[in-house]
Design a binder for this molecule. Structure first.
Ligand code: HEM
Length: 267
């Protein structure tokens, strides 16, 4: 196919904060020879509906320009943090809406959203790999000083997830209690109560991934700034290691011990 469907683009200087943009040199009409019936129809800034809908002008100006950066790697650092905020925002929202579904007794609809929340955590966990491509010396000497008192403890989206968790767990327990089942019953009778069993397992999966994120994050921190120092808000890094033991729903983990003991009793 001819390249005309992919208009040649050039990098041009731009007065906007992020310094440059890609300009389309040839109009769509000239490229395709077709009437421009797909011209943008959405309101807002941007040359195309893609840019208008996604608000790419604003989005791409949320990172420091090369001139504003203390170190080139600030773009990497901001990209990982900003995208993590978005994925965790989605995870938190899906958890909240899943809770509403459970209040209405709609387990299947809740499962759909909770699977997404799990995937959000897998994505943010994987994106931590990128931070290990920064030099620890350059991070600590050039980037850390420009973070002020910025700390992950103040991450709005992480805190949204943490705050959504208790009510979500409670909504699950309310449903199982309404069926007259203990937590162990949900597992022992898992084949008869497939819906409650699946729900308990997706919650466990979500809990496992928040812990996996914490483990990875702890290792990234130790690899970047060391394990015997304090964070930007004075928190000893060791304390982060202790947070790994915190579960969203500890009862879902204690249950496994109960099941093992129950199986032994039945032997
Ligand atoms: C080089 C990369 C990173 C370093 C050196 C780092 C460092 C730290 C440190 C030292 C703490 C303890 C609190 C403090 O004193 O600030 C912390 C907590 C935290 N950070 Fe990071 N962090 C990094 C990347 C990230 C990323 C990409 C996220 C993504 C959202 C993140 C989110 C958090 C959260 C949510 C906490 C609270 C932890 C918890 O409740 O378990 N951090 N981080």
């Amino acid at each position: 196919m001819e390249e005309t469907w992919f208009p040649p683009r050039e990098r041009v200087e731009d007065e906007r904060p992020h310094g440059w943009k890609y300009a389309q040199r040839v109009s769509r009409q000239e490229q395709t020879g077709l009437a421009d019936e797909f011209a943008p129809i959405l309101p807002g800034p941007g040359a195309s509906d893609y840019e208008r809908y996604l608000r790419t002008d604003e989005l791409l100006s949320l990172q420091k320009t090369p001139d504003e950066r203390a170190h080139h790697d600030e773009l990497l650092f901001q990209t990982v943090h900003q995208s993590s905020e978005l994925w965790l925002k989605l995870a938190g929202e899906e958890m909240e809406v899943a809770t509403e579904h459970l209040h209405a007794g709609e387990i299947a609809s809740a499962l759909r959203l909770l699977r997404r929340a799990v995937l959000c955590f897998r994505i943010v966990t994987q994106s931590l790999d990128m931070l290990e491509l920064m030099s620890p010396w350059e991070y600590t000497s050039d980037i850390r000083p420009v973070l002020g008192h910025g700390s992950g403890f103040d991450s709005p989206s992480w805190n949204r997830v943490r705050h959504a968790a208790p009510e979500l767990g409670e909504a699950f327990h309310a449903l199982r209690r309404a069926s007259g089942l203990s937590l162990a019953d949900v597992y022992v009778q898992g084949r008869e109560r497939e819906d409650l069993y699946q729900l308990a397992e997706v919650l466990t999966e979500l809990d496992e991934w928040t812990t996996t994120w914490r483990v990875r994050h702890y290792l990234v921190v130790e690899r970047s700034i060391g394990g015997e120092v304090v964070g930007t808000q004075g928190t000893p890094v060791e304390l982060l290691g202790k947070l790994i033991e915190r579960k969203l729903w500890p009862e879902l983990w204690k249950l496994r011990t109960e099941l093992t003991n129950l199986a032994k009793e039945n032997d």
